[in-house]
Design a protein around this ligand. Structure first.
Ligand SMILES: [Zn+2]
Ligand SMILES: [Zn+2]
Length: 110
């Protein structure tokens, strides 16, 4: 099933598999070519997909996401808008673990 918008009058027409691929607009009689509309639909979907593509802020390479992932192109670690190279994420993680443990120690084991 496909919803086609008539290019002439803007009426939305629902097309299903039982109808021929060449149909006429039920309002203005405009000839609608299903193949053309299908193509347009696919192009629109492609553009929507492109909008969701995430790029590495460093090398502009395409990555799966922007958080806690290592860019496969430049090897930098990505944290949202930031990127780190090499050992930095591990140092930060160790610092965080250290802080958490010292907090637990201070609260429970004093
Ligand atoms: Zn029409
Ligand atoms: Zn990169």
């Amino acid at each position: 099933m496909l919803v086609i918008t008539c290019p002439t009058c803007g009426k939305k027409i629902v097309w299903d598999d039982f109808q021929p691929t060449e149909i006429r607009c039920s309002k203005c009689g405009e000839h609608l070519n299903l193949h053309r509309e299908f193509k347009k639909n696919i192009e629109m979907r492609d553009q929507a997909d492109k909008g969701r593509i995430v790029r590495c802020p460093r090398c502009r390479g395409i990555v799966n996401r922007r958080w806690f992932i290592r860019c496969t192109h430049c090897g930098y670690w990505l944290f949202g808008p930031f990127s780190f190279h090499g050992k930095w994420p591990f140092i930060l993680m160790l610092a965080l673990v250290y802080l958490v443990f010292s907090a637990i120690y201070a609260i429970y084991l004093r």
